[in-house]
Design a protein around this ligand. Sequence first.
Ligand SMILES: [Fe+2]
Length: 292
Amino acid sequence: MVEATALHPILATEIHVDIREPLIAATIAGIVSIMDHSPVGVFRHERPVSDGAHVAFSRRFGPVERMKIPAGSAARVPFPEIIDQSNLDANGEIFPDDDKRMLYKRANRLWHTDMSFHAVRATYSLLSAHVIPPDDAAPTEFADMRAAYDALPEVTKAQIEPLVAEHDYYYSRVIGGGPEPSIAERSLRPPAKHRLVHVHPGSQRKSLYLASHISRIAGLSDADSRSVIDKLMAFATQPEFVYSHVWRVGDVVMWDNLATMHRATPFDDQQFRRDMRRTTVREGDVALEAML
Ligand SMILES: [Fe+2]
């Protein structure tokens, strides 16, 4: 039996498990069961969880994405499974305001689900708070895509049921304020197509699969694609579907990318350090590598 406390009526739960401990299979199954019901799980610790423990816990839920670290390059966090979501360079210094990496990271302030631009989708993301800005700045917001789907008018459900969306990493980077990628960069990250409506595997409930990465919908004009996506985005992120997580150092927040969207919120990223580290679990049983 895993102890848990609701943080939101439909969307978020504090799960009273110390992820640094060796956990038996029944505990992992209990966490999955809670997550299938309420897709954002919050694990609290009194200090930051080590990268090794973060990765080891993530692996209990499936194959974990690994970054290719180019030879000769220095990573601030030397674990290929850890995606550095901080505003810090390899030396721990804050990125300059116009640094391309900073501009692309700011695009995470658009609603999205992680890695939907890959053919093999992400299941869980686990974000660990090492350093946070002061005054409860920069909460992360989550929106429940199953509850949003359930609340759609039946006519809309029927209209969107057959639609397939194209998810393009660079589409969201550019509309989020980043520079146009080069042809070479674009070729490393081809778009992926996914159904706009899918059945969430763990709960068998229908869910929207939405993200700011969506560039277009197959078979629709650009204008019609944008109209459909913008309306669904606005509907699905209404306050009743949203939980806002105010971070504490030591928090690890796990969310189900197949049942939620999320977004970062602004803070003074030129004055304050924010050190957040993410692992991403994938569908399937083969660990894939991707250039991040
Ligand atoms: Fe994200």
